[in-house]
Design a binder for this molecule. Structure first.
Ligand code: KG4
Ligand code: ZN
Length: 348
């Protein structure tokens, strides 16, 4: 458990290369964004229908230097003006993480500036501390956090800065992973989340009543059942098509019904946990928190203040890593130059 600590003025460079975005950003005093550069590889991976790990790490190698250089240039800073370099240490793809960590180590060694390894999931949670203006309200503790990314889906209780209790998480697919897999079943493009959201806009969310895995008695989730149910539904139409009795798969309706079943479970369980643990704020983070109907539903139903980052900070970025780095810097964390990556690192 981290003790309370003093918040001091500091400028932190964040570096993120855990998956398919090469990113660097500078954050001042834990909230003010001085720069935020993201080189996305989405177009490269879209042709494979998902992230190709070897291609991802090579792209990071090609981009990392110019991305960091640009982040410093936009912030009008030199390396020596920084107080720490925060880098994603895990979880993520080992070959991708290594690129960011090695870059951070090189900068730290050359400048003598402290190196701080950050958990990517902690970064996602801290995206809600990035403030567009000085008066922006920040979440109050205790916080119930719904973390929904491509690799993780969990409910965490955050009783103080850097202090987490994992209440439950997915037993199989993460919510983002389910969006990506269902998009593939529906022949929608990668990444699946935004494609399903777009297709669903034209669809009827009550078209199919897809199963909801409530995992009663726990704060766990399961999304493999709904994914299989979508597969069965798609097959049903494909068979009809073969027989010549139907024209095509009702993609928008299936997308809308699938999205509805995922949102229903995520929102219902998050609200219940917030109520039971009597939290003062509800925080939604990770790539899936970019989902518009999810944001609207939770904001509409929550009796306590809801914090969801602006769209650009929901998916992977380095500003969130720099913010988490700021709090770790203030808490006194310093890592050594032999720090290794942690591809399967849990938040708590
Ligand atoms: O947090 P993130 O950028 O990367 C990980 O840390 O995994 O999350 C990526 C995930 C992908 O599965 C993507 O399909 C999903 O977030 N996502 C969305 C939306 N935008 C991104 N899911 C639902 N609706 C969206 N609008
Ligand atoms: Zn992420």
């Amino acid at each position: 458990m981290v003790e309370k600590f003093e918040l001091i003025p500091a400028r932190i460079l964040g570096i993120e290369t855990s998956c398919d975005e090469t990113a660097a950003a500078v954050i001042e005093n834990g909230r003010r964004l001085l720069s935020n550069v993201v080189a996305s590889q989405i177009e490269i991976h879209a042709q494979y229908g998902g992230v190709f790990p070897e291609v991802a790490s090579r792209q990071h190698v090609r981009k990392i230097y110019s991305v960091v250089e640009e982040a410093l240039k936009i912030a009008h800073l030199q390396l020596d003006d920084l107080d720490a370099i925060a880098v994603t240490r895990g979880p993520g793809l080992a070959g991708s993480l290594v690129v960011g960590v090695n870059m951070a180590k090189g900068l730290a060694q050359a400048s003598g500036i402290p190196l701080i390894g950050i958990n990517h999931l902690e970064g996602h949670l801290y995206a809600s501390w990035i403030a567009e203006n000085e008066d922006a309200k920040l979440p109050d503790f205790p916080i119930l956090a719904l973390l929904v990314s491509g690799g993780h889906t969990e409910l965490d209780l955050m009783t103080d800065h850097l202090t987490y209790e994992r209440l439950g998480g997915t037993k199989d697919d993460a919510a983002g992973e389910a969006f990506d897999k269902v998009a593939r079943l529906l022949n929608l493009s990668y990444p699946g989340g935004p494609s399903i959201q777009k297709a669903a806009e034209e669809g009827n969310k009550e078209f199919v009543n897809f199963p909801r895995a409530w995992m009663t008695g726990s704060w766990d989730f399961s999304f493999s059942g709904v994914k299989t149910a979508v597969l069965r539904e798609v097959r049903k139409y494909e068979k009809l098509e073969e027989k010549g009795t139907s024209t095509e798969v009702p993609t928008s309706d299936i997308a809308a019904s699938f999205q509805e079943s995922v949102i229903d479970v995520l929102v219902t369980k998050a609200l219940k946990a917030a109520e039971l643990y009597q939290t003062k704020s509800l925080l939604v983070a990770g790539g899936v928190s970019a989902n518009k109907p999810l944001r609207e539903r939770i904001e509409e139903l929550s009796p306590i203040p809801v914090f969801i980052p602006p769209f650009k900070f929901c998916t992977d970025n380095a500003a969130m890593i720099a913010v988490a780095g700021y709090y770790r810097f203030c808490a006194g964390q310093r890592d050594s130059l032999d720090m290794d990556v942690k591809p399967s690192w849990q938040l708590s």
